[in-house]
Design a protein around this ligand. Sequence first.
Ligand code: PLP
Length: 449
Amino acid sequence: TAERRKEVLMAPEMPPFDYVPPPYTGPSGDEIMAKRKEYLSPSLPHFYQTPLNVVEGRKQYLYDDRGRRYVDAFGGIATVCCGHCHPDVVAAIVEQTKKLQHSTVLYLNHVIADFAQALASNLPGKLKVVFFTNSGTEANELAMMIARLYTGCHDIISLRNAYHGNAAGTMGATAQSIWKFNVVQSGVHHAVNPDPYRGVFGSDGEKYARDVQDIINFGTSGNVAAFISESIQGVGGIVELAPGYLPAAYDSVRKAGGLCIADEVQAGFARTGSHFWGFEAQGVVPDIVTMAKSIGNGIPLGAVVTTPEIAQVLTRRSDFNTFGGNPVCTAAGLAVLKVIEKEKLQENAFEVGSYLKERLNGLKYKYELIGDVRGRGMMLGVELVSDRELKTPAKAETLQVIDQMKELGVLIGKGGYYGNVLRVTPPLCFNKEDADFLTDAMDYTLSRM
Ligand code: PLP
């Protein structure tokens, strides 16, 4: 085991963890890549020069086919909140799978109802009626449809640089050219992004919010269906909305008869550490909240939560889908909520996230390449620029850093419109040793560029 442990650790200073995977006997990365090229969509990306063949996951660590351990600081795109294969989540899934894998919402089963109740009790105000979906995209599609049905209006406002999904409606709300196709996505207006780093008004949220009012005044009949936004833009490069933005934007939207939708697909479920939901940091209560990713710790599950009054619009239409609220997924969701509470993952996200951000800020003073360090809890971003004054995006260097850090045993993501933001969104059980290892790996990488 000692020999095996040596193989598994990529560097002697890697944080300790008692799991040692058995030797892998499956197909090689090259074989999988060949199959992928032949049988899977050509749109599938891979991050690294040599694609990573991941075979196991334990908490905040992933293991490749050679048995080498990686600190997973991307968390399956901000999805694995309790950690890979958390034993409580695995047990809930296995037990439920043995009892009932699938029924349909036409019958009663207590797991869906229990999870809906648990979700509602974690939300403020009157947000208590839950609709389950299979993904974040579907959740946002449904939220936008509910708003349109409820208000009788079609116009929706979203933020530039937003990512809300890639189906017909949500692709309209998504506002980055790389995620859009030339198909009709009507009825969405994109407001100026309240981006404290790149935006023209710096951190003055109220000034940015004037654009929402302008859109209502000059781009619509004066009434809108909804305003949808993330509280921290994830795909957009971990952009925290300027303080004071959401209260002012919500005010304009509500005066125009619209509903306010909070897309918590990435920032929700304790990821930001300071709050359970990202929108809480701005002191607002939305009319509709959408969620996915962390809700099932990686099991496909999404949800839309709204008020009983707004939910009434769906009585006119039988809104359900075959898999939404599947008992195995909702059993996983219940286990996730319990783990977050039992292991104080929100508190950990806050504490370790603050420590990690401080250490990353330390790198900013050392390396000119780092233009900005931002985010909260386990949702942090490091924006790389080749000229700090001009904020010139350092896209090639970003790819290089990601690749080099993988070689050192740390997995991080990238994002932002210019592809120049390192995204750090690990499982919420990430600890200070992981944070040190990540920062040291980034330091080492940047020192050689
Ligand atoms: N909303 C946000 C904020 C997201 O980050 C994503 C995905 O990254 C989505 C919606 C879409 O979720 P999904 O990929 O589950 O469809």
